[in-house]
Design a protein. Structure first.
Length: 278
């Protein structure tokens, strides 16, 4: 869950709470929650924690929500966007307020998507840019006719779960749009990663791509003049701790004041802060 930190104090959207819910089913969204506006699963929601006009009176539903006044009694007014499989983080561009989501895929595609009011992010009709075929395991996608539905908001970037750079399991994790000059090498980049492998990636935040892997660039860490992956750094820390080297990173990003970027993981008990390269 996250507050939108970008709205001006006198804005009607100030202090609203955004949160994502996964589709609530087993593989392939068997209950078709993602595209159903009558259920909470598979959605990004926006509420007013201080309001009282919800069904239970415990929070508010902003009148500006896209489905709050659609005249359909069964539609959930809390919904801000739909077609979500497993939202892992919402983050905003501090320059223009644009909102983004990292969404873990089913068996094929990991993605980062721009999120706008009322957006259909595709799931489970689509997995990334490709038509989803939810029969059997693993499920599959059709490569014919990518991005063919004009009503769907497709990812800005996506990567295949079987990319040889990654592990056998992959999971997109956001992320931030970095507008500080504290680390000039990362300025004006949209930064994200792959959770298990700890790989870190970026795309140009001012020229957002329209899907695919080609625009994605890899980030390596400079450790005393040696380029390393985050997982390599974790493994070396494990060795110094007298522990068996980790086989995955479980990467998370954190933001601090004045342009700080933190890298977190579950494997060596260490929080790291990035510093500018020499």
């Amino acid at each position: 869950m996250t507050f939108n930190p970008l709205a001006a104090p006198n804005s009607a959207d100030f202090g609203l709470l955004y949160f994502g819910l996964a589709d609530g089913g087993s593989g392939g969204d068997p209950f078709a929650h993602g595209q159903n506006l009558n259920v909470a699963f598979g959605k990004i929601h926006r509420i007013d924690p201080l309001g009282t006009n919800s069904a239970n009176g415990k929070y508010g539903i902003p009148a500006s929500n896209p489905f709050a006044n659609d005249g359909k009694a069964d539609t959930l007014g809390e919904i801000y966007a739909y077609g979500v499989r497993n939202c892992q983080r919402l983050f905003w561009d501090p320059k223009n307020g644009a909102m983004f989501m990292s969404d873990i895929g089913q068996d094929t595609v990991e993605k980062i998507s721009a999120v706008t009011s009322g957006a259909n992010l595709g799931w489970n009709a689509w997995e990334g840019s490709f038509k989803f075929v939810g029969t059997g395991r693993p499920t599959r996608v059709e490569t014919d006719g990518p991005r063919a539905d004009a009503k769907v908001t497709y990812p800005i970037v996506e990567f295949g779960q079987l990319d040889p750079l990654l592990q056998s399991n992959s999971a997109a994790i956001g992320g931030m749009v970095y507008r500080s000059t504290r680390i000039p090498q990362l300025s004006n980049l949209l930064i994200f990663g792959d959770n298990p492998s700890g790989e870190i990636f970026y795309v140009n935040a001012d020229n957002l791509p329209k899907g695919g892997q080609d625009p994605i660039h890899r980030v390596l860490l400079d450790d005393n003049g040696t380029s390393k992956t985050f997982l390599q750094v974790i493994k070396e820390k494990n060795s110094a701790q007298g522990k068996a080297p980790a086989n995955r990173a479980d990467l998370r990003f954190g933001e601090g004041p004045d342009g700080q970027i933190f890298l977190l993981n579950k494997r060596d008990g260490t929080i790291r802060v990035l510093v500018p390269g020499q």
